[in-house]
Every structure is written in C-alpha cells, then in structure tokens.
Design a protein around this ligand. Structure first.
Ligand SMILES: *[C@@H]1O[C@H](CO)[C@@H](O)[C@H](O)[C@H]1NC(C)=O
Ligand SMILES: *[C@@H]1O[C@H](CO)[C@@H](O)[C@H](O)[C@H]1NC(C)=O
Ligand SMILES: *[C@@H]1O[C@H](CO)[C@@H](O)[C@H](O)[C@H]1NC(C)=O
Ligand SMILES: *[C@@H]1O[C@H](CO)[C@@H](O)[C@H](O)[C@H]1NC(C)=O
Ligand SMILES: *[C@@H]1O[C@H](CO)[C@@H](O)[C@H](O)[C@H]1NC(C)=O
Ligand SMILES: *[C@@H]1O[C@H](CO)[C@@H](O)[C@H](O)[C@H]1NC(C)=O
Ligand SMILES: *[C@@H]1O[C@H](CO)[C@@H](O)[C@H](O)[C@H]1NC(C)=O
Length: 381
C-alpha cells in the first residue's frame, strides 16, 4: 500500500490510531482531542470492542443532532454537513448512530469524517425483507472548531435490493471531572479530500466482499479445495497492519473482526520521537499483510488480494514550550513471524464437505530508545 509524508512537530508522547494509508500532506493543526477511556459509572456505552465509554450519571449533557439522512443510491455521494461545537462546557463526546432499514439489502461499508480525520468506521446489517434498526454508541474526538462532517455510506437500490439505510447521528457533550489531558495535535494520515466534500480513506483495489469477510478466508494453498464452491478467498484469516517509519517497521496491529463497527487499533510510536523530532520530514507507510503458503512454506504475504479501507491519525502531546525532544536512535528487534498452520480435508460425506484449517501466529516486535524530554531522559519501549 501507500505512503504519507508528514512534516513533523515534536512531542512528548505520540500514538498512532489506525483505521489506514497515501499522498503528501502538509502539517495543519486541527484542534481535536482524542477519545478517552471512561471510568466506572451507571450507563455503559460499548461498541463491542475493548474500548468502551461510560457516562457518569447525573452529569449535565448537551445533545444535538448532527445528521439525519437516507442513504439510497449513494455510491460516491456522501452526506455532507457541518458540525459546530456547542457553547456548553465539555471535555468528552459520545456519538449515537441509529440506523433503520426496511426491505432487502446488502451489507454496506460506512465511514464518518470530521474534516480529514476519520472518526467512525462501520458496516451495516444485511436486512432480508423486514424492518430492522440498530444503535451504535462511540466515544468520539472532541473539537472546539467548526468542522465539515462527511458521512459516506455507498448504497444502491435495485428491484431486489430495495432498502435504504436511514441514519440519525446524535452527539452528546459533557464535562467529566479529572479528564486526562487531551492530545495537543492530531495529524490525519488520510487522503485529505474533505475540501472536495469527499471521504479521505485510502483503499486497496478489489471488491469489498473479501474485506468484510477476511477473517473467514482459507489458506492460499486451499483456495481450490472446494471446486463446487468456486475459488475461495485466500491469504488465511490472519491480517496484520504494518506501520513503517522511513521504511523501518515501527509497529503492527492485528485487527480483530468487530461486526458492524470496524476495528480501531493503536500503536505507540513514542520510541520514535528522537528520530521524528530531528526537524526533517519523515515517511509513514501502512501495509496490510496476510499469509501466503504453498510448496511447504508459509510466510507473510505482500498483498491480501482484496479491498481495505484504511486511515490513521497521530495524536501528539507537546513537551514544554521551547524544548526540542531528542534522544537515541530507536533500536528495532523484529524476529520473523512464527507461523504454524494445519489443514485437513476437504472431506465429509453426503451433502456436507468440510475443510478444517488452523492458523497460529506469534510475533515479537520491540522498539527501544531513550527519549530526552524537558524532565530528563526516559527509556521508552
Ligand atoms: C440513541 O438515539 C436514538 C434515536 O436516534 C434514541 O432512541 C436512543 O435512546 C439513543 N440511545 C442512547 C443511549 O443515547
Ligand atoms: C427512510 O427514509 C425514506 C425517505 O425519507 C422513507 O421513505 C422511508 O420510509 C424510511 N425508511 C425507514 C425504514 O425508516
Ligand atoms: C416495511 O415495509 C413494509 C412493506 O412496504 C410495510 O408494510 C411495513 O409497514 C414497513 N415497516 C416499517 C417499520 O416501516
Ligand atoms: C477526581 O480526583 C479527586 C482527587 O484525586 C478525587 O477526590 C475525586 O473523587 C475524583 N473525581 C472523580 C469524579 O473521579
Ligand atoms: C510451487 O512451486 C511451483 C514449481 O516451482 C511454482 O510454479 C508455484 O508457483 C509454487 N506455488 C506457490 C504457492 O508457491
Ligand atoms: C515533568 O515531571 C513533573 C513531575 O513529575 C510533571 O508534573 C510534569 O508534567 C512533567 N512534565 C513533562 C513535560 O513531562
Ligand atoms: C538534545 O537536546 C539537548 C537540549 O536541548 C541538546 O543540548 C543536545 O545537544 C541535543 N542532542 C542532540 C543529539 O541533538
């Protein structure tokens, strides 16, 4: 996949949130804050992933509707609106995406952007004739600036696929005591197309069927194992999103399939600060890999043969004014991926044909440096 050049500003701590990857970008400073972990309270908002949000009961909330829209024939035609932060005091933000649909339709991918920054990645349910609805709650970025909101959900109505997806997106702002410090800067790693009213995800070529169901793909050696079902999707159910900084492997994320809500993974790039803060430009690249096997060998594939929508955002916390972070060059310890695969079949009797396969993958990746902040030197791993 592709590359981004980021003109870097120096930091104390840097985290990369991945939803993605290309193109040259110039530094701008959207005044956002990253979503933060909740504390225990009464109402638990969960998106099914390990990150969850909790709203403490009794806090004054202020709510507004960000978008109501019916996605019918909406390929290439996102909803575009604007978001103006409310005047109430807030340091936390949650979104409520409510979707209704009535009829038959494929499952569709959706992304929501505040400017060039991706804030929500989702796939719809697949209604099969009836009326359905669901609600998705998510902690969101805070911003004190007015932003363009771009909601992309490509749908298509035909004689058989009759259903539109009707959405209501509501935002709740509230102020929580002891909220941790927000990031000082968020840099999108995206195509930055919001000024053209377009979503900014990078995509790999292919069709989205292999993207949505990658976690059920077979080993590449077995793609023709069930001839009655045509060629199966390969590269195994294992996926690794790899981050490279100036061509060196800087971190990996293993996306876990999360139905409807997409995956959001975090890579800590703090050990890279001494390199990133040298006042030169640096290149961030993202790559999606699977497993390739055959002829008795197995290894990381250079491609996954299918379509992925990706974007990333880098959260940066500044050190004290005037201090320029430096330190030692990061040392990378990245032994090869340890992969074990077994496959049995196809076999079975009667109408049932079974193919069993098992994939075990282990990887160690350690990046070490000493980061000199205004408070002295700290080893970072
Ligand atoms: C989410 O919004 C829907 C309407 O759009 C509302 O019915 C529902 O109660 C909301 N849920 C929460 C937890 O705010
Ligand atoms: C979705 O919105 C369209 C257009 O407003 C409307 O005709 C349709 O009845 C709505 N469907 C559902 C399930 O709400
Ligand atoms: C769904 O569509 C059917 C057929 O058009 C209609 O009879 C039914 O009332 C609709 N249900 C809802 C909840 O809109
Ligand atoms: C905030 O921190 C103070 C001091 O540590 C503590 O007494 C208070 O209970 C905390 N409040 C909440 C809502 O966590
Ligand atoms: C296996 O080996 C054959 C002969 O060398 C080669 O043509 C084929 O591409 C190889 N297949 C894979 C999956 O590596
Ligand atoms: C430096 O250390 C002090 C005391 O531990 C802490 O309050 C402060 O936030 C630190 N500053 C930076 C820039 O790390
Ligand atoms: C790191 O920063 C300190 C303090 O700003 C400076 O004295 C030192 O020369 C810098 N080291 C390098 C290798 O740039």
């Amino acid at each position: 996949m592709t590359l981004s050049n980021v003109v870097w500003t120096c930091g104390l701590l840097a985290l990369l949130h991945l939803q993605g990857s290309s193109s040259k970008v110039a530094l701008q400073a959207p005044r956002f804050r990253q979503p933060r972990e909740g504390r225990t309270g009464e109402l638990e908002l969960t998106d099914g992933s390990e990150t969850f949000e909790v709203v403490q009961e009794g806090l004054p909330l202020c709510q507004q509707i960000l978008a109501t829209y019916s996605f019918a024939n909406s390929y290439g035609v996102p909803y575009v609106g604007s978001y103006a932060p409310p005047s109430c005091d807030f340091n936390r933000v949650t979104w409520n995406l409510t979707v209704t649909s009535n009829g038959t339709q494929y499952d569709r991918l959706g992304t929501v952007w505040l400017g060039d920054i991706e804030v929500l990645h989702t796939s719809t349910a697949e209604p099969s004739g009836g009326a359905i609805s669901w609600i998705y709650l998510k902690a969101c970025l805070e911003t004190a600036q007015e932003q363009r909101i771009i909601f992309d959900l490509g749908n298509s109505i035909t004689a058989t696929n009759t259903a539109a997806y009707n959405i209501t997106l509501t935002v709740t702002h509230y102020a929580e005591a002891n909220a941790s410090a927000p990031a000082d800067l968020i840099i999108p790693i995206s195509k930055r197309l919001s000024s053209q009213d377009l979503p900014s995800a990078f995509s790999t070529p292919g069709d989205d069927a292999t993207n949505i169901f990658w976690w059920s793909n077979v080993l590449s050696s077995d793609v023709n194992a069930l001839p009655d079902y045509g060629e199966l999707y390969g590269y195994s159910p294992f996926r690794e999103v790899q981050l490279f900084i100036d061509g060196s492997l800087a971190g990996v994320a293993w996306p876990f399939p999360i139905v409807f809500t997409g995956a959001e993974d975090e890579i800590d790039i703090t050990p890279w600060l001494p390199l990133l803060c040298d006042r030169n430009s640096h290149t961030f690249s993202l790559k999606v890999a699977g497993l390739a096997n055959g002829n008795g060998t197995v290894g990381v594939s250079g491609t996954v043969g299918s379509y992925w929508l990706l974007s990333g955002k880098i959260f940066i916390w500044y050190d004290e004014k005037g201090h320029f972070t430096n330190g030692t060059v990061p040392q990378i310890n990245a032994p090869a991926l340890d992969v074990r695969i077994t496959t049995t079949g196809p076999g079975g009797s009667g109408d049932t044909v079974k193919l069993y396969y098992q994939v075990n993958v282990q990887r160690e990746l350690e990046v070490t440096s000493t980061v000199k902040t205004s408070n002295g030197s700290q080893p970072r791993v």
